[in-house]
Design a protein around this ligand. Structure first.
Ligand code: PGA
Length: 247
């Protein structure tokens, strides 16, 4: 089974009408490799407008969504609302949600389960902090995070797993291809043992953390690296090079 290469852009809390238009123009001009699935995660206030302006083949994702469909949850948005405006993807469990906003494994798992039940596709993020890596706890942490998510997933075809070591996010310190491959392989083995060999084989495991036009090609060579989740560089023209890393 061939896993289609997947490149997600995570704009985070960046953008605005002018920058959005620049990024959209970059994506429209490409050219983007047809062998890569591209999905951009956009601040919720701009989702409709960006969806309207991008070609259908480019996916548009929210950066978060709550665990129920409606109610007294001031400031939140729901998967049902995303579906209502034609958005089919949501990014969940990003390290900034975990570490800045205190989201727990349990809350993230509930959000993943609900988003999937509502018919969204999910980019689910996991990754260890620097002190966890230095203490030799990388696999403990990413397996714990994956286990919580896996408990709520019925159909892994709707899920992309993003391994993002927190020490590499926004720091300019990319994991080496060997470091990324090592964890991706361990995650695939985890899926094989704890979910099924078929799911392990078919699930895209993408890498995030200071991916650039300069390092994407080398990282993309690794057997178990099925794409990227890109923050800073997704706001720049070099995002095209990252999408085309396999060409
Ligand atoms: P970065 O962010 O590419 O700026 O390191 C990645 C992410 O947080 O998804």
């Amino acid at each position: 089974m061939v896993r289609k290469f997947f490149v997600g852009g995570n704009w985070k809390m960046n953008g605005g009408k002018a920058l959005n238009n620049e990024i959209i123009q970059t994506l429209v001009n490409g050219p983007l490799d047809d062998g890569t699935e591209v999905v951009v995660s956009v601040p919720s206030i701009y989702l409709s407008e960006v969806r309207r302006q991008l070609p259908e083949k480019i996916g548009v994702s929210a950066q978060n969504a709550y665990k129920v469909s409606k109610g007294a949850f001031t400031g939140e948005i729901s998967p049902a609302m995303l579906k209502d405006i034609g958005i089919n993807w949501v990014l969940l469990g990003h390290s900034e949600r975990r570490n800045v906003f205190g989201e727990t494994d349990e809350l993230i798992a509930d959000k993943v389960g609900h988003a999937l039940d509502e018919g969204l596709k999910v980019i689910a993020c996991i990754g260890e902090l620097l002190d966890e890596r230095e203490a030799g706890k990388t696999t403990d942490v990413v397996f714990r995070q994956t286990k919580a998510i896996a408990a709520k997933v019925k159909d892994w075809n709707q899920v992309v797993l993003a391994y993002e070591p927190v020490w590499a996010i926004g720091t300019g310190k990319t994991a080496s291809p060997a470091q990324a491959q090592e964890v991706h392989l361990q995650l695939r083995e985890w899926l094989k043992t704890n979910v099924s060999p078929a799911v392990a084989e078919s699930t895209r495991i993408i890498y995030g953390g200071s991916v650039t036009g300069g390092n994407a090609k080398e990282l993309a060579q690794e057997k178990d690296v099925d794409g990227f989740l890109v923050g800073g560089a997704s706001l720049k023209p070099e995002f095209v090079q990252i999408v085309n890393a396999k060409v």
